[in-house]
Design a protein around this ligand. Structure first.
Ligand SMILES: *Cc1c(COP(=O)(O)O)cnc(C)c1O
Length: 225
């Protein structure tokens, strides 16, 4: 049954907020321990503005070029907006990515580490960095294999001087997400990483149960793509 709050906020934002609050309560976690990243990929400024008007300020995009085309104007119109890159990153886009994004969730190979380290130094900007884990070991998917994760995380720190904030995963579409969230949480714990970027529209409540600190929710807020 929708509450008045559901009607006063745009799109699915109010419903997602309610679901997050409920999941936090069930998991005995503070609401403030989970950041909602509203994934606005493919949606234009007209679709995004109502969510900004409602006061939401954290957004996710999966492509550097698309974000560069639509966000600078919105960021100046809505101060305090933070942008998270959640899609795969190419080394030749590292410069633009560091300039535009406050967080990058897709660190997954040495060439990206090298490109990011160079840009972080030259731009003197420090986006929050997440290492993406390919928990399902899917060949078409970005991310480092679970078996290579510990060594890779160590090399991010030791070889490239990167500060890694946490881990990100995208479970395989046709599998139960919980084991993938659990594996990601386990790798994070043994590497001393406290942030977990996991959970999308279909499974963010499960992810919160399993410790997600950042949920990336698109269609439940903006509608189908
Ligand atoms: C598109 C996308 C999301 C959001 O997916 P929804 O199912 O629309 O919530 C989350 N994470 C990543 C990496 C994405 O590319």
């Amino acid at each position: 049954m929708p509450t008045p709050l559901t009607k006063s906020l745009p799109n699915g934002l109010a419903e997602v907020e309610q679901d997050i609050a409920r999941a936090c309560k069930e998991a005995r976690r503070e609401r403030a321990s989970v950041m909602l990243i509203a994934v606005s990929k493919t949606f234009d400024a007209a679709a995004i503005s109502p969510v900004l008007d409602a006061g939401h300020r954290v957004f996710g995009e999966n492509r550097v070029q698309e974000a560069k085309a639509k966000w600078p104007a919105l960021v100046s119109a809505y101060p305090g907006t933070a942008l998270h890159l959640i899609g795969p990153l190419q080394s030749n886009k590292a410069k633009e990515a560091v300039a535009l994004f406050d967080a990058i969730h897709s660190v997954d190979r040495p060439s990206i580490c090298q490109a990011l380290a160079k840009e972080i130094n030259s731009q003197n900007k420090r986006p929050e960095l997440f290492v993406q884990i390919n928990t399902g070991e899917e060949p078409q998917k970005a991310g480092i294999s679970p078996g290579d994760a510990d060594a890779f995380i160590a090399s991010c720190r030791d070889k490239y001087g990167l500060v890694i904030s946490g881990l990100m995963c995208i479970p395989p579409v046709n599998e139960a997400p919980a084991p993938h969230f659990a594996l990601t949480a386990k790798i994070a714990a043994r590497n001393g990483l406290k942030n977990l970027s996991m959970g999308m529209s279909a499974d963010f409540a499960v992810a919160i149960q399993m410790g997600a600190t950042h949920v990336r929710v698109g269609s439940a807020i903006f509608g189908a793509r």
